[in-house]
Design a protein around this ligand. Structure first.
Ligand SMILES: NC(=O)c1ccc[n+]([C@@H]2O[C@H](COP(=O)([O-])OP(=O)(O)OC[C@H]3O[C@@H](n4cnc5c(N)ncnc54)[C@H](O)[C@@H]3O)[C@@H](O)[C@H]2O)c1
Length: 399
């Protein structure tokens, strides 16, 4: 992966949709995208409220004439600018129900897109978006950001190299506790839309964080899913969507996986943990301690791989995903920036009229987004049928 914009010799111009004052992930995108000095945030439609959209711009140093009242105005106005000024890509950091309309408009206008997860509101929108992206030829990244951690990439490369043998079991958990009370009844911004089926989608907790856990298992193992059996629950009385769930996944090679997601576990913060068991070894990674990967083999002392780009065991993609020497902690922002870094490489190839990979990309892409939406749809459907086994392999799945 490149760390400069090479012969392009300029920064990529970014627009942000969402990220208005009081919001969460837009600020993370704006920070991660510029971490390597390869992009500049020049335009935004930062809020659903036109007044707040403009007033939030100062916090990002977006000039007032490019602080737009709506995403439609942003796209129309940017398209009208000369190519030398116009944005190169647009990041979507709105609640889920707004991902598709913004992404569709941006893709149809020919802009590259970085979209947060879950990619759309439902599977039909995701499948339509896949077709639009294929037709337009834009770069489309989805921020399943946990795949950007160096030691997650190390784990994936170890699986690919056969170091763990055949993969037989995957346990992937995302455990939070912040929705143990009905924060949504006090109109807490992030809780309000996440627990609202008209804005979140068919699932609550399973769409919000279960989909990250599922994606992580797919990314590290590379195994193709076959079937899913799922049980979702809403433990907080009066809440409209699930706040807890378990899924069992059968993979094509016979492996078994589980996804557990909770937003109601006292004291848990953003505990994304994955364990992958192979015939030759087992690994464990935890995002709350992201610079360590535990590798275990019966009869040998347990090994802790640290994020050390100079260590002989550190594999190429993991190595190129580091910015700092070992011991200086890298974490959430850097992992997010690694998604941007790979997407930028593709955007530059597109700008230069060169061909670029669209399916087996380093960054999660529109196909992974479709898979995520299929996972949500099938989880909800299986749970409604009391855990019935349903198909889980979408034709868009990476092989
Ligand atoms: N990848 C991750 O780790 C991660 C983490 C958190 C959230 N997310 C995802 O990011 C998205 C946003 O989550 P959040 O927690 O930041 O939500 P949030 O409620 O904190 O912020 C959403 C922002 O979008 C704005 N918005 C809403 N409709 C808009 C519109 N039509 N035009 C412009 N702006 C609009 C809101 O005004 C607000 O500023 C969600 O899809 C969520 O699932 C991803």
């Amino acid at each position: 992966m490149d760390t400069t914009n090479g012969s392009l010799n300029r920064k990529l111009r970014m627009a942000l949709v969402g990220g208005g004052s009081g919001s969460f992930i837009g600020r993370v995108h704006a920070t991660a995208a510029v971490l390597d000095n390869r992009a500049a945030l020049v335009a935004g439609a930062l809020s659903s409220d036109p007044v707040r959209a403009k007033s939030s711009a100062a916090g990002y140093d977006i000039p007032l004439d490019r602080a737009y009242a709506s995403y439609q105005e942003l796209i129309d106005s940017e398209l009208a600018k000369p190519a030398t000024e116009r944005i190169d890509f647009l990041t979507i950091a709105t609640p889920n129900h707004m991902h598709f309309p913004v992404a569709k408009a941006a893709v149809e206008a020919g802009f590259n897109v970085v979209c947060d997860k879950p990619m759309t509101f439902d599977l039909a929108q995701a499948e339509e978006l896949q077709k639009l992206v294929e037709k337009s030829g834009v770069v489309f990244a989805v921020t399943h950001n946990y795949t950007g951690y160096p030691l997650v990439r190390q784990a994936r490369e170890m699986v690919q190299n056969g170091e763990l043998g055949e993969i037989q079991c995957i346990r992937s958990n995302y455990i939070q506790g912040w929705l143990r009370t009905r924060l949504e009844s006090s109109d807490q911004k992030q809780a309000a839309w996440r627990t609202d089926p008209t804005r979140s989608g068919a699932a609550g907790c399973f769409g919000d964080i279960g989909t990250h856990a599922y994606n992580l298992g797919r990314y590290i193992s590379g195994l193709l899913p076959k079937q899913i059996s799922c049980h979702l629950r809403t433990f907080e009385t009066g809440r409209a969507l699930d706040d807890y769930g378990h899924a069992v996944i059968q993979f094509e090679n016979g492996a078994l996986g589980t996804v557990t997601a909770s937003q109601v576990t006292h004291g848990r913060e953003n505990d994304v943990t994955i364990e992958v068991d192979g015939t030759k070894g087992a690994i464990q990674w935890r995002q709350e301690n992201p610079n360590e990967l535990i590798v275990r083999r019966n009869g040998s002392a347990h090994q802790i791989y640290t994020r050390d780009p100079n260590a002989p065991y550190f594999l190429p993609l993991a190595k190129s995903s580091c910015r700092l020497p070992s011991g200086h902690p890298e974490a959430f922002f850097e992992a997010f920036a690694n998604i941007y870094r790979a997407a930028f490489d593709a955007m530059i190839l597109r700008i230069e009229g060169k061909s670029f990979e669209t399916k087996n990309t380093i960054y999660p892409n529109v196909y992974d987004g479709v898979e995520g939406m299929y996972f949500i749809q099938q989880s909800v459907a299986s749970s409604r049928e009391n855990g019935a086994w349903l198909p889980l392999q979408h034709q868009a799945a990476r092989k």
